[in-house]
Design a protein around this ligand. Structure first.
Ligand code: PAF
Length: 278
């Protein structure tokens, strides 16, 4: 595996890989877990070579968010992606991505509105900007993103369609712990007690989806689900919403395909999850 921090070297390595076959990109912010490694393994099924980017992107963190505290474990991450079969590790510095004078932002409307876009203003502008840059740097044939960040996946699909980017987007199902909790770098922040409470998130999602499919009124099912999360020990629920699975438009009634999405706070940690409905 080549570990690259210089943009011209990255372009050369990516060009050589594209000449030899199909090249996949798995963008990450490091602190890798099984969910990311599932993306790398899936990428190998779609391409001859896999590039993994590791970049904790400052522009997608709000002023009061956890940029400085975000877990960083570069040496371990490199071992993990090499073992999973990556050919290129792309580790740009912040100054490489955002040199002095940087003044461009990519803003996607539609699916970035509401949900995490409501509680984290500017977050998806940061994601869309850095992902556009990563696509232009690596020029991958295919890029893979986890369904765990379902709104992000919808935003990136919209971005690629709207800007005619020549890259295939593949969404990969969420990898879960034995009790159903979605794998996330932020799970590392949970205390032992919070970790036990966190299992309520996938459980309530599943129960709420089942109620909606059984014919309960959507608004009542969502209100009941939010109350159950608070009863289970969550400090607050940012949102629990039913949305169109593709456009992410709000759905007052069940129309398939639909997606149920949640974000809730446990202590100082904000957890998100989502499942298909029906
Ligand atoms: O999902 C992530 O880890 C990030 O949002 C991404 C796509 C790597 C962009 O920084």
């Amino acid at each position: 595996m080549q570990t690259i921090r210089d943009l011209s070297q990255l372009r050369d390595a990516a060009a050589a890989a594209r000449k030899a076959g199909r090249l996949a990109l798995v963008p990450t912010m490091g602190a890798l877990h099984d969910g990311h490694l599932a993306l790398v393994r899936e990428a190998r099924r779609h391409a001859d070579a896999v590039a993994v980017s590791i970049f904790v992107n400052p522009t997608q963190f709000g002023p009061n968010e956890d940029l400085d505290a975000y877990p960083r474990q570069e040496a371990r991450d490199l071992e993990l992606i090499e073992a999973a079969g990556a050919a290129i590790a792309w580790l740009p510095e912040v100054a490489t991505m955002y040199p002095p004078g940087f003044a461009t932002s990519v803003r996607v409307g539609g699916p970035s509105e509401g949900l995490c876009g409501g509680t984290r203003p500017g977050h998806f502008d940061g994601v869309a900007t850095v992902v556009t840059k990563l696509f232009n740097q690596v020029l991958p044939d295919v890029a893979l993103f986890g369904e765990k960040d379902y709104q992000q996946l919808a935003v990136i699909r919209r971005l690629v369609a709207d800007l005619d980017l020549r890259v295939e987007i593949v969404g990969v199902p969420t990898v879960r712990e034995d009790d159903g909790l979605a794998r996330s770098s932020r799970n590392a922040y949970l205390s032992r007690d919070e970790r036990a409470i966190a299992a309520a998130l996938p459980r309530v999602l599943t129960q709420t989806a089942a109620r909606i499919v059984a014919g309960d009124a959507v608004a009542a099912a969502l209100a009941a689900g939010s109350a159950e999360l608070v009863d289970a020990g969550f400090a607050s629920v940012d949102y629990l919403e039913l949305r169109d699975a593709e456009t992410l438009a709000p759905l007052p009634d069940l129309v398939r395909p639909a997606r149920l999405l949640v974000a809730a706070r446990l202590g100082t940690t904000r957890l998100i999850d989502n499942i298909a409905v029906g």
